[in-house]
Design a protein. Structure first.
Ligand code: SAM
Length: 221
């Protein structure tokens, strides 16, 4: 990429941060810092780099999407991270949200069901130096039992309901953020908290549109 194009991207990134993140209410300093630091252009298919800081989702391989920057920031802010947590992400996709998470938490475990996306994201995250992220190929509706429980879980695909297995893998005091809706492409973003006594509490945050979560405790393929 030419140095002119790099300068242009930096300017667009600053605009995205002030207009679409701070301007729309994102306040968590660690989230804003991570959104500034992670190069979203490096997670896009060739040819789309200059669109990296537009306020919208973009297509990636396998008919999937990289989420809108505002939604990535909003969901991570909703996890209320302090920097010391073990986080599980379901739906690795491009690896972008995992990279942002890796700068806001201690450890990130991320699961993707499509082999080509899982491999590409793992390689990209390694090359870019996000060494506290582990990628696994599998059905994320079943979580990643081996490393449970998690202080925070974020699901970046829309589910018909909250997968019971993910609730089981949430630590006391933990937060789970997930799009849930009655049709595969329209959801409410829901936050589930497990209190210190183990009880679960649900709240709806906002309306969202995600690709479907497909798996044993998600939609059928
Ligand atoms: N977080 C991603 C990023 O930053 O690029 C965006 C994720 S994209 C909106 C949703 C992803 O969830 C897709 O890559 C899709 O293949 C994946 N997915 C859908 N169902 C899944 C499941 N049961 N387990 C793991 N990944 C799943």
């Amino acid at each position: 990429m030419s140095s002119n194009a790099k300068r242009e991207l930096e300017a667009r990134k600053e605009q995205m941060l002030s207009l679409h993140l701070v301007g729309r209410g994102i306040r968590d300093a660690a989230v804003l810092r991570a959104m500034r630091e992670v190069p979203r252009e490096s997670f896009l298919p060739a040819g789309l780099e200059l669109l990296a800081y537009e306020d919208g989702p973009l297509p990636i391989q396998e008919g999937q999407t990289i989420s809108q920057p505002y939604i990535v920031a909003y969901m991570i802010e909703a996890l209320e991270l302090q920097g010391t947590e073990k986080v599980l992400e379901i739906g690795t996709g491009s690896g972008y949200a995992a990279a942002v998470l890796s700068l806001c938490a201690a450890q990130v475990f991320t699961v993707e069901r499509l082999p080509s996306l899982a491999h590409l994201a793992a390689e990209r995250l390694r090359e870019l130096g996000y060494s506290n992220v582990a990628v696994r190929l599998g059905d994320g509706t079943l979580g990643w039992q081996e490393h449970a429980p998690y202080d925070a879980i974020v699901v970046t695909a829309g589910a018909p309901g909250v997968p019971e297995e993910l609730e089981l893998q949430l630590a006391p005091g933990g937060r789970l953020v997930i799009p849930v809706g009655p049709t595969p492409h329209l959801q409410d973003l829901v936050r589930v908290r497990r209190d210190k006594e183990g009880a679960l509490h649900r709240e709806a945050l906002c309306g969202v549109r995600f690709v479907p979560l497909i798996g044993a405790q998600g939609w059928e393929d």
